[in-house]
Design a protein. Sequence first.
Length: 737
Amino acid sequence: MVENSTQDLLYTIVDEAPELASASFLPIIRKFVSSAGITVGTPDISLAARIISAFPESLTDEQRQSNDLAALGELVKTPAANVIKLPNISASVPQLVAAVEELQAQGYALPDYPEEPQTDAEKDVRARYDAIKGSAVNPVLREGNSDRRAARAVKNYAQKNPHSMGAWDASSQTKVSSMPGNDFYANEVSATITAAQAGVAKIEFVGKDGAVTVLKGAWPLDEGTVADATFMSARALSAFLAEAIEDTKKDGTMFSLHMKATMMKVSDPIIFGHAVKAWLAPVFEQFGDKLDALGVNPNSGMGDLLDRVKDDAEIMAAIEAVTADRPAMYMVDSDKGITNLHVPSDVIIDASMPAVIRAGGKGWDGAGKKGDTNCVIPDRCYSTVYDETINFFKANGALDVTTAGAVANVGLMAQKAEEYGSHPTTFEAPADGTIRIVLANGETLHSHDVEGGDIWRSCTVKKAPIENWIQLAMDRQRLTGSEAIFWLDANRAHDAQLIAYVKPALESAGVADKFQIMAPREATAQSLKTITAGNDSIAITGNVLRDYLTDLFPILELGTSAKMLSIVKLMQGGGLFETGAGGSAPKHVQQLVEENHLRWDSMGEFCALGESLNFLADAQGNAKAGVLGNAAEVATQGILDHNRSPSRKVGEPDNRDSHYWFARYWAEALAAQSDDADLAAEFAGVAKALADGEEAILAELAAVQGQPVDLGGYYHTDAAKTAKVMRPSATLNAIID
Ligand SMILES: NC(=O)C1=CN([C@@H]2O[C@H](COP(=O)(O)OP(=O)(O)OC[C@H]3O[C@@H](n4cnc5c(N)ncnc54)[C@H](OP(=O)(O)O)[C@@H]3O)[C@@H](O)[C@H]2O)C=CC1
Ligand SMILES: O=C(O)CCC(=O)C(=O)O
Ligand SMILES: [Mg+2]
């Protein structure tokens, strides 16, 4: 990516819906910013590109691609970084395998994903694929803490144009179920590394026979790092899941499981696998050996399992019998029979729980019927947030969007903070024994007795990111004057260590009276009360709650997290501007392919673009960039004022129409400003052409909808075919190109 790193602005190439949107929007951006001499690079961090770049030796010269993610990971550690980052796929194993198969079918001689690697060569292939799996991009790029909030204009728009919300009533049977104990919450221990303890540590497993296996060596722990260890008992988890299924049946509700198998790529697929086994327990008991022989891995989900056993009538009959006896199950797509347990990447807690809550506590069952659901979230570290939210709405009714205030977030995220950085230090205990952290000085920091199958993990967060996060919180509070709450639980080992950083920092800055420290449950209740009264709150949280709350509150307040401003102030001075707080919306691609309508809302891209251009103006003293940035903000406002966001339904304006309008408002704002006469003169012509072409352009965009389209791939689409689909207006293209 030598070439990208010298560009003024980097706009990432990703996957699925946001990438389709880029096919239409990027040419517009390029045209506008080139007038200010701003160059745009496009580092490719898509799942397909990351796979391709990992196996150069298997590919032809033409097929090979550079490792743009690694280069970008270096760039974000420099003040020069100015990156607009769109959401990308964090792949589960079934998605990774599907992407590899698609590339193979396109002629890429990639190795298969080895399910059970035996030889050294297979182990090497597996290690390369494992590095691509799960949340492999965001932790690399997020070299700063997170500032996510709704721009004022976006919030005003939502209050004036409330989205639909399901009603909540006190008789709702929807609830959250979590383990009573022996989970990550119960077993957590934590310490802050002292100077005497700093150095290269290791994680060891000690068997009952005293034999020591190093699970992770060469593990540097710096002074000031908060280092935790905890585990979830596999036995307790299985018992809990079996009970939760029975309990759901008694309630007459539907069973749903909410977790983050993508970001927590080691622990959560295992937990997910336990749920698959619990659901089909009698089948696993009776046919365990056969299932093994067929290569069934419950962690990959029911979809993979069914695919492997479909020709075995006996097993299929047993599955049918168990299913008939189970409660209803929460569906991802009831029309297609895709259940909650189909693949670990379909139900992702940050998006899935808010969707249930926004709908008034409702999910959809296999018959396509709406109903109450038992939301199973095994671990208690954060489940209390959802439990409290549900209790609040049962007691108070749904949020009134027209008057509600906003919850912004300041999230501790930098340098692979906390749980989301823990996959290299998460292990399934190989047998009964002890797992311990041994420090450079020989001291044992933490030690747990475990049983085979228990999920043990260590999470760390470094000192500089913690201090930067507290500073960012103080800045945001000072700028807004809002209520500000550190969501930290004094009774949780990790949080207690953070509180030991937070309290003295606030006191020495003389602002302790401006902040509160509350456990997640209490903070949830307090924040909901605050926004219900029409006031704002800042949630200052760790990395997991950053993720969860920046979907939960925006989805309740704005109807979607796609409209969020999502700024990562890089610790070395650069800027990373994420677009919205949501994901890559696979359902939107499906709709485009079936009926050529893309309902993806680019509001996140619009907001990020304005921020990035204004950042560039400051960083490079490029006044023209500032003029473009201010005009982009006016255009964003125009989209809101004139209701130009995409509609959900085929035949109505979609994502492409919104890009036309954005270009038009952007050009008009540039023509109208008086800070830069050259830009005003140039864009007066563009604005006129766009206005004159309005009727033709909108007609050309509307004409293509309603028919299926071919993108030449899913994970690795054909660029020419995609451009053809996403840029169907010859009149618009003639103005832009
Ligand atoms: N920053 C990142 O890189 C992130 C990546 N991801 C990845 O994205 C994928 C999908 O994740 P998932 O949990 O399904 O979450 P998504 O946020 O992609 O989808 C959930 C739903 O939110 C709505 N939505 C999200 N974004 C938009 C948008 N811009 N415009 C309109 N509606 C939107 C859609 O609702 P509806 O269908 O009702 O229209 C969508 O189905 C996964 O691979 C995940 O790992 C997830 C989060 C962040
Ligand atoms: O990295 C991921 O897998 C998802 C990121 C995410 O959900 C978020 O940052 O909000
Ligand atoms: Mg998220």
